[in-house]
Design a protein around this ligand. Structure first.
Ligand code: ATP
Ligand code: MG
Ligand code: FE
Length: 338
C-alpha cells in the first residue's frame, strides 16, 4: 500500500510517499529555519503562514519525485497527517491539505501522533524488533519511553520543564551564538574543557520522578554563569561553557536512560529528535558495547513526512481512519500512555 505522509507540526513542511510502512519512494523536507533565525526560536504565527505558502510546492515536488519512480497520484491508497502534538496553526494547514486530498482522491486519511511517529522513524531504515527503549529528544520534547509496538508506548520519563533542545537553543541565544543552538554548541564544545564549570545536575528521583529530567535549573545556571560554578583554573571561554553545559545536559538524560535499562532489562535503544544528532550523546551511548543502539539518519531524526506515512500505513491497514470533522491538538492526551 502506498501512503502519502504530511508533516507540518512545527517549522518543517514535509511530504513523503512510503510503501507498506517501510520503503521511502519520495521525500521532501522544507525547513523554515531561516525565517525564524532572527527571533532565535520558532514564531508560531510565522510558522503557520509559511506552511500555507510552502505546502503546495512541497506536495508537488514530492509527487514529481514519486512520478520518477513510476508512482501516480491514483496509486496512493491512503494519507497520514500529524494532528498532535504541535503548533495548532501549523497543524491545521497540514490537516486541511490531507482532508482535501482525501476527498478529491476518494482515499482514507488518518491523523497521527507525532511522538509515536518519531519513535517509529528508525523502522524506515531497518526492522527493529520490539520492545525497545525510545529516547526522544528535540526542541519540543524530551522523553524516555518503553516502546512495545508502533502504537503501544509508555512514557517512563520526561522533562518536567524545558525540553533538552530548547535548553541548547536558549543557552546559544544568550551567548549570541545563533539559532538553532544545538549544533553550534556541539561544535564549540569539541574545543572546550567539559569540567571547567561545575554546572548543577537536577536532583530528581523521589516522588515519581524516577526517569524524569529537568533543564530549567541548568539553563539558568549557564545563562547566569556564576564564578561559583567555575573551577578557577580553566579559561572562562565560551568553548568551556558549551562543553561543561553539554556534558551535564546529556549526562543527566543518560543517567535516567541507563536506569530504565537496568529496571526493564531492555538493552535496545532507539534515539530520535534533533538532539539525537549530538556527538556527546552518540559517543556516550556507543561506549556501551552490550547495548543495541539505533540512531536514524538526520533526515529521519528531525521532523519529516516519511515517519508519518510509515506509521499511518499500520493504522490504515487496520481500517483506522479519521473523519472530515477531525481536529488538531497542541498536546498529547493521556500523557503517560500515548
Ligand atoms: P519537535 O519537538 O516538535 O519535534 P523541533 O523542530 O523543535 O520539533 P527537531 O527539529 O527534531 O525539533 O530538532 C531541533 C532541535 O534539535 C533544536 O533544539 C536543535 O538545537 C537541536 N539540535 C540539533 N542538532 C543538535 C546537536 N548536534 N546537539 C544538540 N542539539 C541539537
Ligand atoms: Mg524542527
Ligand atoms: Fe518532532
Amino acid at each position: 500500500m502506498l501512503v502519502l505522509g504530511i508533516e507540518s507540526s512545527c517549522d518543517e513542511c514535509s511530504f513523503a510517499v512510503v510503501e507498506n510502512g517501510r520503503k521511502i519512494i519520495s521525500h521532501v523536507i522544507a525547513t523554515q529555519i531561516e525565517d525564524h533565525k532572527p527571533y532565535n526560536g520558532v514564531v508560531p504565527e510565522i510558522a503557520s503562514r509559511r506552511h500555507v505558502e510552502m505546502i503546495t510546492p512541497v506536495y508537488r515536488q514530492t509527487m514529481e519525485l514519486a512520478a520518477e519512480q513510476g508512482v501516480k497520484p491514483s496509486d496512493i491508497q491512503g494519507i497520514g497527517v500529524t494532528t498532535h502534538p504541535g503548533l495548532s496553526g501549523s497543524l491545521v494547514v497540514g490537516l486541511n491539505y490531507a482532508k482535501a486530498l482525501s476527498y478529491a482522491w476518494n482515499v482514507p486519511y488518518v491523523g497521527v501522533n507525532h511522538i509515536l511517529a518519531h519513535l517509529y522513524a528508525p523502522q524506515l531504515e531497518q526492522e527493529i524488533p520490539y520492545p525497545y527503549l525510545g529516547l526522544l529528544v528535540s526542541g519540543g520534547h524530551t522523553m524516555i519511553t518503553l516502546v512495545k509496538g508502533y502504537q503501544d508506548i509508555q512514557v517512563l520519563g520526561a522533562s518536567i520543564d524545558d525540553a533538552c533542545g530548547e535548553a541548547f537553543d536558549k543557552v546559544a541565544k544568550h551567548y549570541g551564538l545563533g539559532y538553532p543552538g544545538g549544533k553550534l554548541i556541539d561544535d564549540l564544545a569539541m574545543q572546550g574543557n567539559d569540567r571547567a564549570f561545575a554546572f548543577p545536575f537536577a536532583n530528581l528521583h523521589k516522588g515519581g520522578h524516577r526517569y524524569d529530567v529537568s533543564y530549567s535549573g541548568l539553563k539558568n545556571a549557564v545563562i547566569n554563569q556564576l564564578d561559583t560554578f567555575w573551577d578557577g583554573k580553566s579559561e572562562k571561554s565560551v568553548e568551556n561553557i558549551c562543553a561543561s553545559f553539554q556534558r551535564v545536559a546529556i549526562t543527566s538524560l543518560l543517567k535516567k536512560l541507563y536506569r530504565a535499562v537496568e529496571d526493564t532489562g531492555i538493552t535496545t535503544i532507539v534515539a530520535g529528535g534533533g538532539v539525537a544528532a549530538n556527538s556527546y550523546l552518540r559517543k556516550s551511548l556507543e561506549e556501551h558495547p552490550d547495548y543495541q543502539v539505533y540512531f536514524p539518519g538526520m533526515e529521519l531524526c528531525t521532523d519529516n513526512g516519511a515517519m508519518i506515512a510509515g506509521i499511518a500505513y499500520h493504522y490504515l491497514k487496520e481500517g483506522n481512519v479519521s473523519g472530515l470533522d477531525a481536529g488538531v491538538s497542541p498536546r498529547v492526551k493521556g500523557f503517560r500512555k500515548i
